[in-house]
Design a protein around this ligand. Sequence first.
Ligand code: NAD
Length: 353
Amino acid sequence: MILVTGGAGFIGANFVLDWLAQCDEPIVNLDKLTYAGNLQTLASLKGDTRHVFVRGDIGDRELLARLLAEHRPRALINFAAESHIDRSIHGPGDFIHTNVVGTFNLLESVRGYWSALPAAEKTAFRFLHVSTDEVYGSLGTDDAPFSETHRYEPNSPYSASKAASDHLVRAWHHTYGLPVLTTNCSNNYGPYHFPEKLIPLVILNALAGKELPIYGDGMQVRDWLYVKDHCSAICRVLAAGRLGETYNVGGWNEKPNIEVVRTLCAILDELSPRADGASYATQISFVTDRPGHDRRYAIDARKLEQELGWKPAETFETGIRKTVEWYLANQPWVENVSSGAYRDWVGSSTAEP
Ligand code: NAD
């Protein structure tokens, strides 16, 4: 049994689905179901006894103590977070509440559980914290990609709150010996991505005939990884990562935002052409840049590749095509999220979906 937090969000839900497709080890999935949590993503697990969904907050120590005592997980993977930079600029409070205070409470709950485990279970236990490359700040054009020893220079309320959580996780290892692992991953894309993020937003706006908004000059560089490759990296680190270590996760796919958007338009032109024959690229519009927008992120993933033998299965070209195909083939999921109808699931969601 493993316990996953935030498993109704984009990456967490992909992880839960992939995990249960590959093995029979059950998952307890603790998620608060904020606007970003969507049980519809997990609808295929309805009736599957290997998946126990619990609605709750990572900061609720009483709930955590009960779940840990009841299910006795051998590992906890922490995906739960407030994750959208723009939201963190307009309302940083939730980011501090969940990413900093929530992670602190989660660590304390897990420490209590772990320290009381019998010796063999105590040695085997793992706490894997999922984090982001944004904690490292911004790179100049000619700078080397972020390695695990790059200094932390977070620039947004989101990245600062994630940096704080990484530091807490590190300290709980050094101070209390909690067996932790941390992953810092580049930008993910793929199925079930909430449409406030660049790639799903562009696909959905393009198909709806709306403008495709690009911040500033569109030359901000991000390093992209297909979400299922991130999930496989997490499995690899969980299985073989060295305690207390950090592993950067990335696919060596640096792309300026404008290139990502043009690629999406070209794939859509091919797979779902506009009725008037024009390219979706004609819908691109440049909008005022985000305040403090980091210019470039790039991940050096050699430690994970060389030490743990992980490799991504997708290139950017294959992953982005799969993603567009997924959005075209899954319109009911998309319409449900776009209309907000997925919120209707939440009322009755203290049990499994
Ligand atoms: P997401 O916003 O899609 O999902 C977050 C999930 O956490 C949601 O289901 C939400 O309901 C849940 N949640 C939020 N607050 C909670 C709380 N207090 N208690 C319990 N559950 C809570 O995020 P995501 O994109 O899936 O990211 C998952 C993790 O991966 C985050 O920690 C994020 O920082 C990290 N990460 C994301 C990316 C990316 O490109 N999306 C890249 C690298 C790292």
